[in-house]
Design a protein around this ligand. Structure first.
Ligand SMILES: Nc1ncnc2c1ncn2[C@@H]1O[C@H](COP(=O)(O)OP(=O)(O)OP(=O)(O)O)[C@@H](O)[C@H]1O
Ligand SMILES: Nc1ncnc2c1ncn2[C@@H]1O[C@H](COP(=O)(O)OP(=O)(O)OP(=O)(O)O)[C@@H](O)[C@H]1O
Ligand SMILES: [Mg+2]
Ligand SMILES: [Mg+2]
Lengths: 225, 225
């Protein structure tokens, strides 16, 4: 369902070229649960942004359900992204002037749910991440880990085919983090494809497959178990 | 050197009162290395903001080097904070329009260092957190863990008496995180007082003392070793 072929992405800093993703080959079948691990700065988020159609590779091919999505323009990327992908950002990117509930409702309304249905579904997922009682808070009125959980609820609320989560437990204590990963496992058992970037070994082990990034290069990792 | 006596801080949300810090008593001697642990939403960052003179308690007393700093106004807080405290924020708070090097230089220039001395000292600390080669990048041109390390370098660069670090390794892989904690240990051996909020057990164990927060209440934890 996801296929990256010889994918490269670089950033130009004056004279210097930084190759964040270096001729990467990667395949994910529908329903897989994959962890991406690797040192800080190794290219994980850059890779995930390309997978999530938030960024475009410089060369190589990205096939999504066998459709070539490598060179779509912004609007085309947005259409597919909104239809198929739920993204948990490393820095959350919550809308600062609306509350937690409204933040989770945004993609639902965009998907055509009524205000009433969107509210119901948003509260369902806020409950799943243990945030009932905090839904009226603005992002700045939430703790770091609460903001992270709003970002997670928002990514999950439209039941996307593919969940891409960049460090989804980075701001959470181990118990709350484990609850989030159990939720992810349940969704995976229900058929959703999940790719998680993580620095946390206990999170990486939840996946059935681990891939590693080093200096932009991707290798299949050792068995997480 | 730090003494909190019966400290309380609440937030008002319409009808509801959220008591983030609940009658907390806490003492830290000069040169201690303390970890604060506890679940997401338990009040750790709120407590640290009060310690760092970024927020004011509703009741109780805060003595810093036996001086009552509880009810200082913003300017008075800023003077003491800039003189004595290095703060690593949970969400980094880098200035977005200047690069990594300039971000680390800001407090040094504020402290009266010349541009040349500030640059030298900033590069010294960027080297300590392994970021040489990235100093010309704007925050948005850095990975999550690189941004975190700029925030750490900035907090350390003025050799503050007290280092308050809110989840300083949250975005780092375990190897990079361990390097940061070794740096913290060295500074502690040099006499700096360090308080770290962390969700990472291996980080908490580096401290000689662990305190726990639950629903705004602080208790002395079990021995980290
Ligand atoms: N817009 C940009 N311009 C220049 N360099 C960039 C840009 N974005 C990322 N980089 C560089 O590309 C490399 C990979 O960044 P990326 O964010 O993918 O790393 P990461 O593996 O997610 O790291 P972390 O674990 O710290 O989040 C880093 O060295 C970073 O400095
Ligand atoms: N400005 C605010 N207005 C209302 N409630 C707030 C505000 N800031 C924090 N809170 C609430 O106070 C409680 C404590 O927040 P705090 O940020 O101190 O938690 P924390 O222990 O740092 O959590 P985390 O580990 O997730 O970062 C949370 O339940 C949060 O929702
Ligand atoms: Mg990243
Ligand atoms: Mg916090």
């Amino acid at each position: 369902m996801i296929q990256l072929i010889d994918l490269t992405k670089s950033f130009q800093m004056g004279e210097e070229t930084i190759t964040a993703v270096n001729h990467v080959n990667f395949q994910a079948e529908k329903g897989e649960f994959i962890s991406i691990v690797g040192p800080s700065g190794s290219g994980k988020s850059t890779l995930m942004n390309i997978l999530g159609l938030l960024d475009t590779a410089d060369s190589g091919t990205y096939l999504l359900n066998q459709e070539d999505v490598t060179t779509l323009n912004d609007n085309q990327q947005a259409v597919i992204r909104n239809a198929k992908i739920g993204f948990v950002f490393q820095s959350f990117h919550l809308l600062p002037r609306i509350n937690a509930l409204e933040n989770v409702m945004v993609p639902l309304l965009y998907h055509g749910y009524s205000e009433k249905q969107a509210k119901e579904k948003a509260l369902f997922y806020l409950d799943k991440v243990n945030l009932l009682g905090r839904e009226k808070h603005l992002p700045k009125q939430l703790s770091g880990g609460q903001q992270q959980r709003v970002a997670i609820a928002r990514a999950l609320s439209c039941d996307p085919e593919i969940i891409l989560a960049d460090e989804p437990t980075g701001a959470l204590d181990s118990k709350t983090g484990a609850e989030i990963m159990e939720l992810m496992e349940q969704l995976n058992e229900g058929g959703q494809t999940i790719v998680v970037i993580t620095h946390d070994v206990s999170v990486a082990k939840r996946a059935r497959r681990v891939v590693e990034m080093h200096d932009g290069n991707l290798t299949e990792g050792k068995d997480p178990q």
